[in-house]
Design a protein around this ligand. Structure first.
Ligand code: ACO
Length: 331
């Protein structure tokens, strides 16, 4: 049986840094409110006409260079995003075209903050059965174009940021290396607790100026309920994969959670009894980048030497859907 190992990682964030103080100029908010509630200090915003596929292209080029690979060695793209370049086709094909790679499958995953782990589960299955040998797994988001820069949209506008993170995955015969366990879940009963009601093909037409004026195209969130579910589902997902992998919490060198909110990560760490330096946080600098948050954090941990070859790394995520999941990887 083949295992799936991480060959390399890469990341990209847009040049423009937007501080909490800058947001104070667009809406009734404050640096203090944002820091206290979320831990966020700044985030990056994409330039005009810079899409998720553009950011993912740069992140991929960096990962290819780190792996000593050429783009045409990739034989499948799995791309997670909730902020696609266009309504259709998926962002994966735009990334494929920009990378100059022809005739490989491009699968778009729409599982919000859990998207990277859903993508990992799919990529792991592809590789385990020997279907593909080099899978490019991507999380990329441009949230700055979907938020409302006014007091009306402040509850979510201050939380989200733009960025892309990627991993190149491939097979190994070493049974104690790579993805030891990955599991994802969903509970659609909570779908409307964190969602963008429009555009909506359930309506005719799927978008109107009224929908836009009513704010239906921006994210709507029941923040307290998201918090409550996240702090129970994220530890449960981690315990589940640890048990599947035959490992314990103490074996983990690092936990990389989806960067939803610093308060959520701190509550999860406290619940698990994890020391602060074992729970990675970079939300202070990037905000919540949904599907991109785990690969961005992973790349930072690897490039800064916080994760070494042989280390056991835990992942956990929770997001809109509700969806959640976990993974345990021997680096
Ligand atoms: N700046 C200033 N004031 C604000 C802002 C803002 N950006 N947003 C909301 N407020 C106001 C509200 O209008 C309200 O005012 P009022 O008391 O006059 O009515 C007040 O602040 C308190 O609002 P609440 O929604 O009750 O604030 P709460 O303390 O619950 O904090 C938050 C909101 C941060 C969203 C919190 O519920 C939370 O941490 N939830 C977790 C959800 C989360 O972080 N989601 C991230 C994305 S989802 C994911 O990744 C899984």
């Amino acid at each position: 049986m083949l295992q799936t190992e991480f060959i390399s990682t890469g990341m990209y964030v847009p040049e423009r840094v937007v501080t909490n103080h800058e947001l104070e100029g667009y809406m009734d908010t404050s640096d203090e409110w944002i820091r206290q509630r979320s831990g966020i200090e700044e985030r990056h915003w994409a330039a005009e006409d810079e899409g998720g596929s553009d950011m993912a292209k740069v992140a991929t080029e960096r990962a290819l260079e780190a792996a000593g690979m050429e783009a045409d060695e990739i034989d499948c793209i799995v791309l997670a995003t909730i902020s696609p370049d266009h309504f259709f086709p998926g962002t994966g094909v735009f990334l494929q075209r920009k990378l100059g790679v022809k005739n490989i499958p491009c699968l778009d995953i729409r599982n919000q903050c859990t998207g990277f782990l859903y993508g990992l589960e799919v990529a792991d299955a592809f590789i385990k059965v020997g279907k593909y040998r080099r899978v490019l797994l991507v999380g990329t988001e441009v949230h700055s174009s979907g938020i409302t820069l006014s007091t009306e949209g402040r509850d979510t506008a201050v939380l989200f940021g733009d960025g892309a993170g990627v991993a190149i995955l491939g097979p190994t015969e070493d049974q104690d290396r790579g993805v030891l366990a990955v599991r994802t879940h969903a509970d659609g009963r909570h779908a409307e607790k964190l969602w963008a009601p429009a555009p909506a093909c359930i309506k005719k037409p799927f978008v109107t100026t009224e929908m836009i004026d009513e704010g239906l195209t921006r994210p709507h969130m029941d923040g307290r309920d998201v918090f409550k579910h996240a702090i129970t589902k994220m530890p449960a997902a981690l315990y589940e994969v640890l048990e599947l992998a035959g490992c314990s919490l103490e074996d983990l060198a690092m936990v990389i959670p989806h960067q939803a909110n610093l308060r959520i990560s701190q509550a999860v760490a406290k619940g698990l009894g994890l020391a602060d330096d074992k729970m990675y946080s970079n939300i202070q600098r990037y905000g919540n980048t949904t599907a991109a948050s785990i690969p961005l954090a992973l790349h930072e941990c690897v490039s800064e030497g916080r994760i070494q070859r042989g280390d056991l790394v835990g992942f956990t995520a929770f997001g809109s859907g509700f969806t959640w999941g976990g993974a345990v990887v021997r680096w």
